[in-house]
Ligand binder design. Structure first.
Ligand code: ATP
Ligand code: MG
Length: 153
């Protein structure tokens, strides 16, 4: 089923924005009238996970930036925060089930399941999810999904 990406992004950002008074979520989502073929509810779940992580793990920052770009048949959506970041040695682990960064302060509560589920959802969409991060200065999570319908579907 297809849905218009631009409106979708604004809607999800808006609903997460309502859950925080400390952060402002910016949207650099100038992708025109693009429709994507994807499970809207599942992609919403992924984006919500990334946005709530971004806010949770950046207690001293006030900005989160969402960006959407299209490159060929791929749509790449990113969520950038200016928070605690992830140690280089942990980058490969954060998508594992129940994994949480070890030296994490006890005030960051969670189960360590959000990114695992997000990865499952994106893989089922034939996409990719990955992260770039610098400890102490923030993280950017990316996911890609095909912008158009695959031939066999
Ligand atoms: P929950 O299951 O409630 O989402 P969680 O946030 O701990 O709990 P994940 O969302 O799967 O679990 O994230 C896994 C781990 O990756 C986190 O515990 C945290 O250590 C690290 N992490 C995730 N997002 C960020 C981020 N934006 N900045 C820094 N660390 C992050
Ligand atoms: Mg989480």
């Amino acid at each position: 089923i297809s849905f218009p990406l631009g409106a979708f992004l604004l809607e999800v950002i808006d609903s997460v924005q309502h859950t925080t008074v400390t952060h402002v979520i910016e949207c650099k989502c100038d992708i025109g009238e693009l429709n994507v073929y994807a499970d809207r509810q599942r992609i919403e779940q992924v984006l919500t996970n990334l946005l709530t992580n971004a806010a949770k793990y950046s207690p001293k920052a006030d900005k989160i930036v969402v960006e959407a770009v299209r490159t060929g048949n791929d749509l790449i959506i990113s969520v950038r925060d200016y928070g605690i970041g992830i140690p280089q040695a942990e980058l490969d682990n954060v998508f594992s089930r129940f994994y949480r960064v070890k030296e994490l302060h006890p005030s960051f509560s969670g189960l360590g399941i959000g990114l695992f589920i997000s990865q499952e959802i994106i893989q089922r969409h034939h996409g990719r999810i990955w992260v770039e991060s610098q400890e102490g200065s923030g993280s950017t999570f990316y996911f890609s999904i095909p912008a158009f319908k695959r031939k066999e579907e």
